[in-house]
Design a protein around this ligand. Sequence first.
Ligand SMILES: C[C@H](N)C(=O)N[C@@H](CCC(=O)O)C(=O)O
Ligand SMILES: [Mg+2]
Length: 365
Amino acid sequence: MKITRIEFAMLRVPLKTPFKTALRTVTQVEDVIVMLHTDSGNIGYGEAPATAVITGDTIGSIVEAIRNYIAPRLIGQDISDLNRLTRLVQTAMEKNTSAKAAVEIALYDLFAQQFDAPLYRVLGGGDPVITTDITISVDTIDKMVADSLSAVERGFDSLKIKVGKEIGVDIERAKAIYAAVEDRALLRLDANQGWTAKQAVHAIRAMEDAGIQLELVEQPVKAADLEGLRYVTERVTTPIMADESVFGPAQVIELIRMRAADIVNIKLMKTGGISNAIHIADIAALHGVECMIGCMLESSISVAAAAHVAVAKADAITKVDLDGPSLQQFNPVEGGVNFNESEISIPDAPGLGIRGIRGLEPLAG
Ligand SMILES: C[C@H](N)C(=O)N[C@@H](CCC(=O)O)C(=O)O
Ligand SMILES: [Mg+2]
C-alpha cells in the first residue's frame, strides 16, 4: 500500500460551553484534518489543533509544515515501512509537533488497516474500554460548582478543575467544589502555568491543610520552569503532574532525572504523534512513573488515536483526560471510537475505524 497524495481540510465543531483555562478561552474545535490517500484506495485520517499558546503551532504553520517539509518525504512510500516513515516525519524539521502528530496518526491508521485490525491491537492489545475525566472551565465559584455537579450527574467520577487565575480564589474554588462533590468524584487541578512556584506551594498546602484530597495538580508553574516544578513537587504531598513542561522523550528523561514531577501528561500534539508517545510511556514504565494521556481541544480523530495508545500502553498510562469529544456539540466522525460521556470504547474495526467525517471545509493542499 503506497501513499499517493495528501489532502487537507478544516474541521470546525462548536463546543457545548466555552472552554476556559488560565491560558485561553475557546468556543469551538478548529482543527486541520489530514487525509493520506493510497494506491489501494485506503485513506488514513489525522487531525491537529492549532494550540498556539502551548505548542506554538497555528493552522497556517501546520499546513505549511506538512505540505512543504513532511509530505514530500512520504509520497510514493510503502506504508509497511512504518518505523522508517515515522523517522522521516520526526526528522523532517524541528518542533512543529502538531503537524507531525496529524501525519503520524494517519500513518498508524493505514498501517493497522493493512492488518485489518484495530490500531490498539497492532500496538500490542489491551482492554478496549477506558474512562475519561471531564474538564471544568475556570469561572466564578458558583458556576464551577454547578458545572461540577452537572458533570457528576452525567456520570463523570473524575473532574479536571481549571485554576491558575487568582491564587486566593483558586483555593476557594477547590474548597467549594470539593465540598459539593466530595465522595462522588476525584478532583484533578490544572493551573496551566498560572502560579509561581511559591504560590503553588502556598495554595496546595492550604488545600491539604483544609482536608481537600486532590488526585494531582497539573502544571502549576511556567513550562520552562523545571526547577520551580521540582520546588513544588518536593514541598507538597499531593502528586504533581508535568504537562506543558514536557513535550518529547528527551524532556521526559530530564524531568525524571531531576525528579521534577510525579506524573507525566502525554499528548500526541506535544510528542509529535504516536511513536514518541509510545517511547515516553515505555520510559516512564521503566522508571515506575505514572502517565496521563491528555488532549488539546481536539475532535474524535486525534483523540481516537490517543485512546488506542492509552489502551495499548495501559501499564504506564493510568489516567485519561480525553474529554475533547465530550466537550463538542456533536461528533463529526462516522465510525471511529465511541465517545459516550465518561466511557470511551473502541470497536473492532480496522485502524481508527473512521468511515468519513461530516462537515469538512476545503483547504487547499
Ligand atoms: C481538553 C483537555 N481536558 C485539556 O484541558 N487540555 C489542555 C489544554 C488544551 C487547550 O487549551 O486546548 C491541558 O492543559 O491539559
Ligand atoms: Mg494541562
